[in-house]
Ligand binder design. Structure first.
Ligand SMILES: [Zn+2]
Length: 194
């Protein structure tokens, strides 16, 4: 996506995991929330995102993935962007039903070395627990256990779903059916942003 629209991909999840891997104070604060499937507090995330979108490689645009997740984050983002005379072009809401989310996230495995994702049922590795690409060890992220996935769905309904109306009113919301294949969803997204 990000390459196709000429910008960089900024994932709040990647930023959080990066901070944890480097053992920053922010990272260990975030970990305790993520382990329980809770949202990391807004001020922590906002600071991280502002810092990242201000970096030199972000000047030609970016796709924000997993952010904003609350109204407070959305408002803070508007404020930060208007200070830099920037704005949001489009907001994409990819809709996936709860049972499908549970199925996808509940079976997800990630390579410790190269971060390649697998799925126990939909895209298993050739050899159990081993990455096809690099031979690294596969693991299940703490926030992908079934208990944490259910909690994430509940948190989404309470805290993130209100963003749909927020951006609808602003006129830049695009809704996408996310039940199809990854390629199908990707193609459709590209026609929207292209
Ligand atoms: Zn790997």
């Amino acid at each position: 996506m990000s390459e196709a629209v000429g910008g960089i991909h900024i994932s709040s999840g990647d930023l959080l995991r990066d901070h944890q891997a480097r053992g920053t104070e922010l990272g260990s604060m975030a970990r305790s929330y993520m382990q329980q499937g809770l949202l990391v507090p807004d001020n922590v995330i906002i600071g991280m995102i502002e810092d990242r979108i201000g970096a030199p490689d972000a000047t030609s645009g970016y796709v924000l993935d997993g952010f904003p997740r609350t109204l407070e984050q959305a408002r803070a983002l508007e404020e930060a962007l208007s200070k830099q005379s920037q704005g949001i072009d489009k907001v994409v809401n990819i809709q996936v039903s709860d049972p499908e989310l549970i199925n996808r996230l509940g079976g997800r495995l990630i390579c410790r070395q190269c971060q390649q994702p697998y799925h126990e049922v939909n895209s298993p590795p050739a050899k159990d627990g081993v990455c096809d690409a690099c031979g690294g060890e596969l693991y299940q992220r703490e926030d992908d256990t079934s208990e944490a996935v259910l909690r994430r769905i509940q948190v989404y309904a309470e805290q993130t779903a209100p963003l749909i109306d927020f951006y609808k009113e602003k006129g830049n919301l695009v809704e996408v059916d996310g039940e199809g294949t990854i390629e199908g969803v990707r193609e459709y997204l590209l026609t929207l942003v292209g």
